[in-house]
Design a binder for this molecule. Structure first.
Ligand code: FAS
Ligand code: PHB
Length: 388
């Protein structure tokens, strides 16, 4: 079998790229390791930049997002028992869309299936070959071995995928910072504590009040990296969450049974370059950010935008200029988002090893942020998404 672009991974990166390519007649196949139910059961990001919204529209999969998503003009930063609103729209003229990655993935999968381009689910032992010149991919499914030859491979298979590992040793340089804590997150069918997100800095640790709709809430609290989710009953979670919020916000929390509870580790990671021969790395396959700045999914979307532009140019007039520029263009935006996510994380989380000096610096950072228009604008323009 042969295709023009072979996409490894059916997460947001792979699905967005596949849908955009199919939309202009560029043949592509998506290989996905897990089954459809597993893919659509994952709970991850919740905030879309305007650029991501526009890309989903361009991919023809934005209808339900506009019907059910929640446009947000701002969010609050909480500390010293007070809320301080960051008015994104007043400061930047832009807003963000609160719409779960789970829903976005479902919309893209259904669009692709309607076009008869169903991803190959449960593709096992995907292997990349000859990625420098005449690339092909092999995999197994239903006990059969398969080979697909292609012009390009898009490695959209996330941090633990096979694509980055297929680059020859020494050809990539990686940069990493692992944070000494994780996020314990819950989903519950209860109304959110506020109509906008609340990012809370508290001496007991960070907390985030988010949502998926006005009847479904998403909450997170900072927890030790070695914490076990089974040690956290719902009651224990709700009590700890409310202790980290301003009193008025805590009183507004509606508790109820969680139907998803998990702990995510936090790290910053970048692999350079994001391309080797005919293999391009996209999204989490190339970079990871702590979710504090709501950038992970949105960075995946900007990588897709750059790669799609390069592929469109190649198939239109044979020029490799856009493809050759992909890594540099993507990394320029990636590193700004990595910096912002690191900054938001260091400003809002507890770092005991930072000592009394570190605590005072954090308090000064927060005080400056909420009392300086320049500081709030800098946060706001990064949060809504820097220009492409
Ligand atoms: P993904 O990891 O989403 O998708 C990769 C796909 O490739 C997966 O479906 C995987 O099954 C498949 N795959 C892997 N190896 C393969 C192989 N060998 N062969 C075939 N397929 C393979 N971001 C935010 O902005 N906010 C958040 O709150 C947030 N929370 C997160 C929580 C968790 C637990 C995790 C892991 C990430 C979170 N993120 C968050 C980041 C997340 O949203 C990613 O940025 C986003 O999923 C990136 O999308 P992809 O690049 O498509 O990678
Ligand atoms: C979420 O709703 O899952 C979410 C929102 C904002 C973040 C991280 C996660 O910064």
């Amino acid at each position: 079998m042969r295709t023009q672009v072979l996409i490894v991974g059916s997460g947001p990166s792979g699905l967005l790229l596949g849908q955009l390519l199919a939309g202009i007649g560029i043949d592509n196949v998506i290989l996905e390791r897990v089954d459809r139910d597993h893919l659509l059961s994952r709970v991850r990001a919740g905030v879309l930049e305007q650029g991501t919204v526009e890309l989903l529209d361009e991919a023809g999969a934005g209808e339900r997002m506009h019907a059910e998503g929640l446009p947000h003009d701002g969010f609050a930063v909480a500390f010293d028992n007070r809320l301080h609103r960051i008015d994104l729209h007043a400061l930047t003229g832009k807003r963000v869309m609160v719409y779960g990655q789970t829903e976005m993935t479902r919309d893209l999968v259904e669009k692709r299936e309607q076009a008869g381009l169903t991803p190959v689910f449960e593709a096992a032992n995907v292997a990349l070959h000859d990625i420098s010149s005449n690339p092909f991919v092999t995999y197994e499914k239903d006990g059969q071995s398969h080979r697909i030859d292609c012009d390009f491979i898009a490695g959209c298979d996330g941090y633990h995928g096979v694509s980055r590992k297929s680059v020859p040793d020494g050809a990539l340089q990686s940069f990493e910072r692992v944070y000494p804590f994780g996020w314990l997150g819950v989903l519950a069918e209860v109304p959110p504590a506020s109509h906008e997100l609340i990012y809370a800095n508290h001496e007991r640790g960070f907390a985030l009040c988010s949502m998926r709709s006005m009847t479904r809430s998403r909450y997170y609290i900072q927890c030790p990296i070695d914490e076990k989710v089974e040690d956290w009953s719902d009651d224990r979670f709700w009590d700890e969450l409310r202790r980290r919020l301003p009193e008025a916000s805590a009183a507004a929390v509606t508790t109820g049974p969680s139907f998803e509870k998990s702990i995510a580790p936090l790290r910053s990671f970048v692999a350079e370059p994001m391309q080797f021969g005919k293999l391009s790395l996209v999204g989490d396959a190339a970079h990871i950010v702590p979710p504090t700045g709501a950038k992970g999914l949105n960075l995946a979307a900007s990588d897709v935008r750059y790669l799609f532009s390069g592929l469109r140019e190649f198939y239109a007039d044979g020029s490799m200029a856009g493809m050759d520029a992909y890594s540099g263009r993507a990394l320029a935006r990636v590193w700004k988002a990595v910096r912002f996510s690191w900054w938001m994380t260091t400003m809002l989380h507890r770092f005991p090893e930072g000592g009394a000096f570190g605590q005072r610096i954090q308090e000064a950072e927060l005080d400056y942020l909420v009392h300086s228009r320049a500081a709030s604008t800098a946060l706001a323009e990064n949060y809504v998404g820097l220009p492409y």
